[in-house]
Design a protein around this ligand. Sequence first.
Ligand code: 5RP
Length: 234
Amino acid sequence: MKSVSSNRELKQRVGMNAADFVQDGMKVGIGTGSTVAFFIEELGRRVKSGLNILGVPTSYAARMLCLEHGIPVQDSMLSDRLDLAVDGADEIDPYLNAIKGGGAAHSCEKIIASMADEFILIADETKLVSSLCRKFPLPVEIIPPALSFAKKQIRLLGGTAELRGAIRKDGPVITENGNFILDILFSDPPENLERLDAELKKIPGLLETGLFLGIAKKALIGFQDKVELLLPKG
Ligand code: 5RP
């Protein structure tokens, strides 16, 4: 059957609906990516109609979009608590564990998600998976001197790490923190993600993984025929 809606339309519907979670006076963490872009657009419309909020963006891209749409922003350096944070995802499992970092912003995204009283994932249905790390490569941010040693240590954990290359620039992607991204594929993906996360973080020079485990308590998902609010299984 031909799909009725493109991914873009699903993302748009979800992004716009997510704005309903934002209430007057809130300090809101604002994620990165094409789904969040629709959320920002809708928030901007509401700000123009009188909604009073302060956005705390997770990346330059999110910051620029917020400013373009008239949303007042504060740097995360000056924040230690948020009412709400909303962000996209690359994979979401039934427990609402997620992989993030498709936009290389996951370190800041995790800081902002963790300081929020409530963290909501927004995505189209293609991001739903039964288990993480089987399809989308797991991104980790490393400081450049750690490159070869981190790759070797990741091999010992059963993964193959590839340095993320830049588009329209020779060489690697450089994150907003001046670092590299390794994308990890597992031929036999680990069942215990908490252990994987802990083992990865033991690697010297590895700053943050794209595993968001137990942080989201809600996910707003765009399906072909509806937008549904999912809660973690169990
Ligand atoms: C950026 C992210 C994004 O939220 C994730 O890649 C999803 O992006 P999109 O909404 O464009 O599919 O983690 O680091």
